[in-house]
Design a protein around this ligand. Structure first.
Ligand code: GTP
Ligand code: SPV
Ligand code: MN
Length: 605
């Protein structure tokens, strides 16, 4: 093992330290080139992690199947290791930093024996932008390295931007090894029992052991760009958010940008890539998962996409629901935990056609079309199956997606999966009210995280699993912007695409039709669309909501907007309990907003 030379002495010392700890056979610095990417993919095919898909069907693309014990983020094993427990707050699992290191050091010791350690330098945000930050990940997973190649800006240009003394977030990752050596799926080492994803916000470091999957292992994403970056952003006066960013252009050619926070698997990618159902209105994509935002000298809020690729939910992506995502995945893609058709292509539930006979499910079992219906075998693609593609593959990419100064945000959208209670869309009365909407955001849980699916949980700002510090302080940080009169604060909206009727069917068609909601928001920002002052906020009137060409009965649309006082009184109780559960750092303004909401729904005396 030779330690590579770097122009940055601090980086070289850290790589040496990590190599001494993990004892890899070899070290490779990832320079971010296509030949390197191809060579690593070929290596992954040889090791059994990747299967190359048919070049006719899906050129230059691969399928990985993970160990069945390693298929989603594991929130129970994710830790914020700040010096003081109160700084991690009530929404995080806290462990003392020293204790966590004492627990993990023996696991990392020798964990890379017989493996290569890849050193992956990457930039979150455009290389060299004042809004961007650099991280370096060492990992014993070539799968992680090639995913990072697609999802971030990697390699030599990043090292150049780092210079000899630049700051970087230190990201240590090992898939680990089960002890005693148990049968991991071939090509997918992991150690699910002892898995830990540990964050040291004060040191700006991340140690992740035991998982090779998604947000547990691609440390640039949730670990750095949200958990560490949110803490940095609080210190420096900006925002690191679990938000998609899109542009809407009206028929006159005027453009506005919106940022939107939805919990995992609740529709960010679909909204960001939406193909508008409204003639003359166009939607373009800036980012689908993580936005870093800062107020500019002109007082407006500017956002960059911290990433350079998409790690999208595969199931139910179809030419009908998301044609742009389907186009993104036509070539140059990595698929994880999708099913494999006999002709060497991928398949998933909801892709728009039946699985051909002989399709192999994500667990490697051959299934015929009739088996699709066999509930005992489960779905053919894992519900959290994903595709990884570079943003450059996206036909709806906004011209300014990569602008170093970011794009100006007109409105912020919060939304979750709610079968009841929450109407299709409404607008907050003020910034404080909007922060209250973010703080009380809720959703029925999805397969993006390990655990029960469909359970209602509060997910403030869609950041419950991602806020790297005390959530009460986070709310206060958001509220603080209202005290600066020089800022032009974006409007704040709340949406719910997922309301259901008594039979359990979605009331709202969603997807392309969501353009109607975006249009209303656009015109609210212009000051041209009317609204009703309702107890929850400003609701569109049917007259101000574009229904032309919308194929649904008006009575169903009315159900989408209906407010049930009974449901809302229950909701208010749930929100109160939620805020109380978050401890004494929750700002009093949020209780005031709750009291105002309760007043508006109070029974007449
Ligand atoms: P993460 O990558 O986990 O952060 O997820 P995401 O927020 O980007 O969610 P995504 O857009 O991938 O959507 C997840 C699921 O929600 C998919 O199964 C979609 O089909 C479904 N979905 C998205 N938009 C809509 C909608 O407007 N209506 C309905 N009914 N379902 C939707
Ligand atoms: C999410 O769960 O919000 C994701 C997928 O975007 S992961 O990268 O696994 O966090
Ligand atoms: Mn996400």
């Amino acid at each position: 093992m030779t330690i590579p030379r770097f122009d940055h002495p601090g980086l070289e010392a850290w790589v040496r330290e990590m190599a001494t700890l993990c004892e890899p056979d070899e070290i490779e610095v990832y320079a971010g080139t296509l030949p390197e990417y191809d060579a690593l993919c070929a290596r992954l095919v040889r090791s059994g992690t990747f299967r190359k898909l048919s070049d006719e069907k899906r050129p230059h693309s691969y399928l990985a199947e993970t160990d069945p014990a390693d298929t989603a983020r594991v929130e129970e094993k994710t830790f914020i290791c700040s010096t003081f427990e109160g700084d991690a707050g009530p929404t995080n699992h806290w462990v003392d930093p020293g204790a966590m290191k004492a627990r993990l050091l023996p696991l990392f010791r020798g964990s890379m024996r017989g493996r290569t350690m890849y050193v992956v330098p990457y930039s979150m945000g455009p290389v060299g932008s004042p809004l961007s930050r650099i991280g370096v990940q060492v990992t014993d997973s070539a799968y992680v390295a090639v995913n990072m190649h697609l999802m971030t800006r990697t390699g030599a240009p990043v090292l150049k931007a780092l210079g000899a003394s630049g700051e970087f977030v230190r990201c240590l990752h090992s898939c680990g090894r089960r002890e005693p050596p148990a049968a991991c799926l071939e090509g997918w080492p992991c150690d699910p029992e002892r898995m830990a994803i540990a964050h040291f916000p004060e040191e700006r470091a991340i140690w992740s052991y035991g998982s090779g999957y998604g947000g547990n292992a691609l440390l640039n994403k949730k670990c750095f760009a949200l958990r560490i970056a949110s803490a940095v952003a609080r210190d420096e006066g900006w925002l690191a958010e679990h938000m998609m960013v899109l542009s809407v252009t009206n028929p006159e050619g005027r453009k506005r940008y919106f940022a939107g926070a939805f919990p995992s698997a609740c529709g960010k990618t679909n909204l960001a890539m939406l193909r508008s159902a409204l003639p003359g209105w166009t939607v373009k994509t800036v980012g689908d998962d993580i936005a870093w935002m800062r107020f500019g000298a002109d007082g407006r809020l500017y956002a960059i996409n911290a990433e350079a690729g998409f790690f999208g939910v595969a199931p139910y992506t179809s030419p009908k629901s998301n044609v742009n995502a389907m186009k993104c995945t036509e070539r140059d893609a990595i698929f994880t935990n999708c099913a494999l058709t006999p002709d060497g292509d991928i398949w998933w539930e909801g892709i728009g056609f039946d699985a051909p006979a002989g399709t192999i499910d994500w667990k490697g079992r051959a299934r015929d079309a009739s088996a699709e219906a066999d509930p005992a075998l489960g779905p053919l693609a894992h519900p959290n199956a994903r595709f990884t593609v570079p943003v450059s593959s996206c036909p709806s990419l906004d011209e300014d997606w990569d602008s170093p100064s970011g794009v100006p945000i007109s409105g912020i959208i919060f939304g979750g999966r709610r079968s009841t209670t929450e109407p299709l869309v409404y607008e907050a009365r003020s910034w404080e009210h909007g922060v209250f909407l973010g703080a009380s955001l809720s959703s029925e849980t999805t397969a993006a995280a390990a655990g029960q699916v469909g359970r209602l949980r509060r997910d403030p700002f869609a950041m419950l699993p991602f806020c790297g510090y005390n959530i009460g302080d986070y709310f206060a940080h958001w509220l603080s912007f209202a005290r600066n009169p020089a800022l032009s604060l974006p409007k704040i909206f709340h949406v719910n695409w997922f309301r259901r009727n008594a039979e359990g069917k979605f009331l709202w068609p969603g997807y392309a039709e969501n353009a109607r909601v975006l249009k209303w928001m656009f015109e609210r920002c212009d000051g041209t669309a009317g609204a009703i002052d309702s107890p929850v906020g400003f609701l569109p009137t049917i007259r101000n909501f574009d229904v032309q060409g919308l194929d649904m009965p008006i009575s169903t649309l009315e159900q989408c907007f209906a407010l049930s006082a009974g449901e809302w009184r229950e909701e208010i109780d749930l929100i109160r309990r939620h805020l109380l559960s978050l401890g004494d750092r929750v700002p009093p303004q949020l209780y005031r907003e709750l009291a105002k909401l309760a007043d508006r729904f109070a029974e007449p005396r």
